[in-house]
Design a binder for this molecule. Structure first.
Ligand SMILES: Cc1cc2nc3c(=O)[nH]c(=O)nc-3n(C[C@H](O)[C@H](O)[C@H](O)COP(=O)(O)OP(=O)(O)OC[C@H]3O[C@@H](n4cnc5c(N)ncnc54)[C@H](O)[C@@H]3O)c2cc1C
Length: 398
């Protein structure tokens, strides 16, 4: 049998999982090459704590090269400029890598352009990656010196509502333990039609619990909101509402990664890859995608666009499905199908010293089981998951 060249583009949740899983399946018979901008794997879910100085960078990062090296997975530290699916090539700046199979796991990019005045170097902060989280941390330190109103938002087109809630409750906790909460009125602005919708139509009694918690903490909220612009000390909504703010954090909408955007025939108009339930590209059968790169259609029409979150659990499930299907394709085995809407909805929403564990048997389709378990154990579950994730993945266990 021909030795196949399997290239994995991206080395975060989707790419890392796909590469390790593929290696376990195909062993040494085929070559696995991962291309990533940097060898660092950043555990994005912990960025909710980073701006408050609760995590150091080394706590939430590991180097993918040792677990790859131990398994004979090759790693190229490079920027992918574009994919050429017609010729089965991945283009770096002035060279290309040929592939027989390709897994696209280059994630997505925050779409700051959509909201003037938002994003790094401007008037609002974000925690989507380490670079913007560093800015959010510096600004938080400055903010604690003067106080004033705060706006935390999940913007139109956002998908990571959970991280906006987590940042909000952690900020509230920091302010109240410092005795500053009365000088720091917080407004939560969200494109969701109701609190706890999360882009998945809500789950169990999360809406009622959320509303109760917001009232208890005296946090105002605005749903069905879309942000027009961010100014130095205020956030302006499209309905004309002006919210004064001395610290603004916005989880924006996202568009596809640059590498996919530069490869016109691969992605849709927003730069995401449309696949079937095997995570295989509709037009290029040797191309698979997983995680944030994949287009997941929002089945529900909401007043303001709320996208479907591709959190780490479904991302890893997609990556494992894609890996199996490449293996199955090579060896003529039966493929696996995993509709996104059927993946379990597992999540923990951290609220500093407490939180909520969210469990549902389907992400989007009708659920037979859904429950919320609130309490301090949810915070510790999130911390335990972080520690387990960092240890297991740095050892190459997926
Ligand atoms: C603020 C925030 C908080 C979150 N909190 C949680 C949470 O609590 N729990 C949870 O389960 N999920 C959470 N998520 C979602 C989670 O981060 C995603 O599920 C996960 O990051 C998806 O992984 P991915 O590999 O698909 O994409 P990414 O993590 O975006 O990785 C893409 C990778 O590709 C690389 N890459 C991109 N373009 C190129 C290029 N041109 N050349 C080379 N390399 C490239 C990038 O450097 C990166 O390593 C959160 C997301 C955000 C934004």
């Amino acid at each position: 049998m021909k030795r196949m060249n399997i290239v994995v583009a991206g080395n975060s949740f989707a790419g890392f999982t796909a590469a390790i899983e593929l290696k376990q399946l195909v062993g040494y018979d085929h070559e696995i090459i991962v291309i990533g901008r940097t060898p660092d794997f950043v555990f994005v879910p912990s960025l909710i704590w980073y701006p408050f100085g609760l995590r150091k960078e080394e706590d939430i990062m590991f180097d993918v090269r040792p677990p790859f090296y131990q398994r004979d997975i090759k790693f190229f530290e490079a920027e992918i400029v574009r994919f050429d699916p017609g010729n089965k090539q991945v283009w770096l700046h002035d060279e290309y890598l040929p592939y027989d199979y390709l897994v696209i796991a280059t994630g997505s990019n925050p779409d700051y352009e959509n909201i003037p005045g938002s994003g790094p170097g401007k008037f609002s902060h974000c925690i989507c990656d380490l670079t913007c989280a560093r800015e959010a941390k510096k600004a938080w330190k400055e903010y604690m010196g003067h106080g004033g109103p705060i706006v935390v938002a999940a913007a139109q087109g956002s998908a990571y509502f959970g991280s906006a809630y987590e940042f909000l409750f952690n900020a509230y906790y920091q302010l109240s333990t410092a005795g500053l909460s009365s000088d720091a009125p917080i407004t939560f602005v969200t494109s969701e039609p109701f609190l706890g919708h999360l882009g998945i139509g809500g789950i169990a009694n999360l809406r009622e619990m959320g509303e109760r918690l917001f009232k208890q903490y005296k946090i105002d909220w605005i749903t069905n909101a879309s942000i027009k612009e961010v100014l130095p000390a205020k956030v302006v909504l499209n309905d004309g509402t002006e919210l004064p703010s001395r610290y603004t954090l916005i989880i924006p909408g996202f568009c596809g990664s640059d590498a996919v955007m530069n490869s016109a025939e691969l992605g849709n108009e927003t730069g995401f890859i449309e696949t079937n339930d095997e995570y295989r590209h509709h037009d290029f059968p040797e191309i698979y995608a997983a995680g944030l790169s994949v287009d997941v259609e929002q089945p529900e029409e909401t007043e303001v666009l709320c996208n479907v979150p591709r959190t780490s659990y479904p991302t890893e499930m997609m990556a494992k499905t894609a890996a199996w299907n490449i293996y199955a394709d090579i060896y003529g085995l039966e493929k696996k199908s995993l509709p996104f809407s059927d993946i379990n909805a597992y999540s923990v929403l951290d609220a500093a010293n407490e939180g909520m564990m969210i469990i549902g048997d389907h992400m989007l389709s009708t659920r037979g089981l859904e429950m919320i378990i609130p309490g301090p154990q949810a915070h510790w579950a999130k911390v335990a998951h972080e520690k387990y994730f960092m240890l297991s993945r740095s050892m190459g266990i997926v």
